[in-house]
Design a protein around this ligand. Structure first.
Ligand code: ADP
Ligand code: MG
Length: 349
């Protein structure tokens, strides 16, 4: 299916692909939309061999459906089987892919000083953010949260021996909601490149990754304004393998008695992160970018540069709840604001 490029505009929460202006060499953008990872997904390939691209896109679409099942925290699949074993205090044999993810998540969690902590699945589940739909009703009580974070599980409590996994912490449950989409983006671009599709864009609900170029120019990505529904705050131009991943407290939250509770949880106090509206990270590795974007939201408007440095991230755009913007020089190189922000602070890492 060849789509009007404008179709991409409807997409994405954190970011979306923008149409080209005055395109040069005409290439077809073959694209496909589907629903996976609880969100709208789009895969596009700029190509002059549309039939081949379509086959590769179909494979990627099938991968997403399988990954969504395998890496879901509680729907039946590989990760939920591991979580069940952990809950039963049993060792469990995982497949090679899940094993790689657990090891990488362990390293990323350590680098983030525990701000990115997929071992707090029980806490996330208690807030109700395991589900595709935002939960309703009163948030967990202070007492319950205090119990859950008294001795919080960390990824280092997970012991990985070969592909055999067990936990030293009885409360440890894995939630890859802040990371699996990044892994899926990396694998999707690997799959497309292997099939000869070297110019591609993959959008998992506003988390994007691109490869190559769009008709001899960089891909143009719109970064959604976290505080103005439907508006774009900036345009980012990227080419070659690059992920543009955004974590935000504005698009997925539960609401109760006039208060909003975002789906990113601060493992230190068990509460939803409330001091960052969104964090956008550019990085060649989408899994790292995904973990980092989540970690930066948790770290907050003062501490994030330290976490970015430790995770090896240089290009960051961070927007505070009142609209103040912080960004790094490496991000500024790629970015142009379209809605003037309240204030902009350049942060050298
Ligand atoms: P999105 O899924 O909207 O792209 P994120 O990448 O930030 O945003 O992922 C948020 C999800 O990550 C939550 O729904 C939850 O499943 C999980 N999560 C929440 N807090 C943390 C945390 N501190 N560390 C790791 N994962 C988290
Ligand atoms: Mg994330």
């Amino acid at each position: 299916m060849s789509l009007d490029r404008r179709a991409f505009l409807k997409l994405g929460l954190g970011a979306c692909l923008l149409p080209l202006v005055g395109a040069g060499r005409a290439q077809t953008l073959v694209s496909e939309q589907l629903y996976a990872f609880g969100t709208l997904v789009e895969v596009g390939v700029a190509t002059d061999r549309p039939a081949l691209a379509q086959l590769a896109i179909d494979r990627v679409a099938r991968d997403f459906v399988a990954q969504n099942r395998q890496w879901h925290a509680w729907k039946p699949g590989a990760l939920s089987a591991l979580n069940q074993a952990l809950a039963d205090n049993r060792a469990h044999q995982v497949d090679a892919q899940l094993c790689r993810m657990l090891r990488e998540a362990q390293a990323l969690s350590r680098a983030s000083a525990g701000m990115f902590n997929p071992a707090i699945g029980r806490l996330i589940g208690r807030w109700g953010f395991h589900d595709d739909l935002p939960p309703t009703g009163a948030p967990p009580s202070a007492r319950e949260l205090a119990e859950l974070i008294a001795v919080p599980p960390t990824m280092d409590d997970l012991v990985i021996e070969g592909e055999r996994v067990y936990s030293r912490h009885p409360q440890l449950q894995i939630d890859f909601g802040g990371y699996a989409k990044g892994v899926a983006l990396d694998l999707a671009l690997d799959r497309l490149t292997a099939a000869g599709c070297n110019h591609a864009v993959v959008n998992l609900g506003g988390n994007l990754a691109v490869s190559g170029q769009r008709e001899g120019r960089p891909w143009r990505i719109g970064v959604r304004h976290p505080l103005r529904r439907g508006a774009i705050i900036a345009v980012v131009e990227v080419e070659g393998r690059t992920a543009v991943v955004t974590s935000g407290t504005y698009e997925r939250y539960r609401e109760h008695a006039g208060r909003r509770y975002a789906h990113i949880i601060d493992p230190r106090n068990g509460q939803p992160a409330a001091h960052v509206a969104s964090a956008t990270v550019l990085h060649p590795n989408a899994a790292l970018a995904d973990a980092a974007a989540t970690a930066l939201v948790v770290a907050g408007p003062q501490a994030w540069p330290e976490v970015a440095r430790a995770m090896g991230v240089t290009a960051v755009l961070l927007i505070e709840p009142e609209g103040q913007v912080q960004l790094t020089p490496a991000m500024a190189e790629h970015l142009r604001f379209v809605s003037p922000p309240a204030s902009v602070r350049m942060v050298r890492l």
